[in-house]
Design a protein around this ligand. Structure first.
Ligand code: BV8
Ligand code: ZN
Length: 240
């Protein structure tokens, strides 16, 4: 049986399906990935932008980078891959969606409860009073200030060297610890702790499939690697 048929069958019979997505999920929506060709980090080093040190050193530069990304995300629409995951959520008894993406496209497509491991590009947090609000201004005044106390706002996003939200971590690890089928979609598998979820699913005996046009560090550890685009493969996994 072809690999895609095997994966389709496993997904159809899944009691608890756990899905992890990365930037490749949104590539077909026109949102650039980080490490691929034309990636966001090609002309910058992640360390120069996505860290608390970078932000305290040059908040204006970091906000200019996020404003550029917010502008791109504002023009992006969910693709067939996002919609296929909504269809799977509606059809399967147990479904968890864990995303590394901050673009909000899963929720926009209709996913009811995506766990956003790295935060959300439309949320801002005050560096003084810690208030978290949604701010969809495009462009956003740079540097933005808190309506409550006037202090500098930062993106409500997890940067390198920052810990993830405790209950987000709890939910992400529980989803993969108790799943019987896992899909790893559109991630280069280099960022921790997200990159450890595929291995966790394997250790508990789940069937793990990867969807990515390229091999990744996870590829040799999964049961099936479907080489292709999320927007093309995921719709083929939705039971008829
Ligand atoms: C933490 C915010 C505890 C920015 C992001 C030394 C060794 C090992 C680990 C560490 C270390 N030092 C520190 C660490 C931990 C560090 C880490 O993992 N570093 C790595 C890089 C070595 N992690 C952390 O710091 C995390 N916090 O661990 O807390 C702690 C505390 C203190 C000190 C240590 C530990 C915080 C991690 C979160 C960082 N923030 N984003 C922003 O987004 O604005 S991560 C960033 O990378 C993005 O959020 C993104 O989601 C994430 C992962 O990238 P991918 O999603 O995989 O995207 P990428 O471009 O890489 O790949 C795209 C893939 O899609 C490719 O494979 C491509 O082939 C594929 N693709 C392309 N087109 C398609 C497609 N697939 C399908 N369909 C297509 N059409
Ligand atoms: Zn404030």
């Amino acid at each position: 049986m072809a690999d895609i048929d095997t994966v389709r069958e496993r997904v159809a019979g899944a009691k608890r399906l756990a899905v992890l997505t990365g930037a490749g999920m949104s590539a077909e929506s026109g949102v650039p990935t980080f490490r691929g060709p034309g990636g966001l980090w090609r002309n910058h080093r992640a360390e120069d932008l996505a860290t608390p040190e970078a932000f305290s050193r040059d908040p204006k530069l970091v906000w200019e980078w996020y404003d550029m990304r917010r502008t791109k995300v504002a023009q992006a629409a969910p693709n067939a891959g996002h919609h296929a995951l909504v269809a799977l959520e509606n059809r399967l008894p147990g479904f968890s969606l864990i995303t590394q993406n901050v673009d909000g496209l899963h929720r926009l497509a209709g996913s009811t409860d995506p766990v956003e491991m790295h935060g959300n590009i439309w949320k801002v947090r005050c560096t003084a009073c810690n208030g978290i609000t949604e701010d969809r201004r495009v462009p956003i005044p740079i540097p933005p200030s808190c309506n409550v106390c006037g202090a500098l706002l930062r993106p409500h996003i997890v940067w390198f060297g920052e810990s993830l939200d405790a209950d987000v971590l709890e939910r992400a690890f529980a989803a993969f610890e108790y799943c019987d089928v896992a899909l790893i979609v559109g991630t280069s598998g280099v960022v921790q702790p997200a990159a450890s979820l595929a291995g966790l699913a394997r250790r508990v005996g789940a069937f793990v499939a990867e969807i990515n046009p390229e091999p990744t560090p996870a590829t040799e550890a999964v049961d099936v690697a479907l080489l292709g685009k999320a927007g093309e493969i995921l719709p083929q996994l939705v039971p008829g």
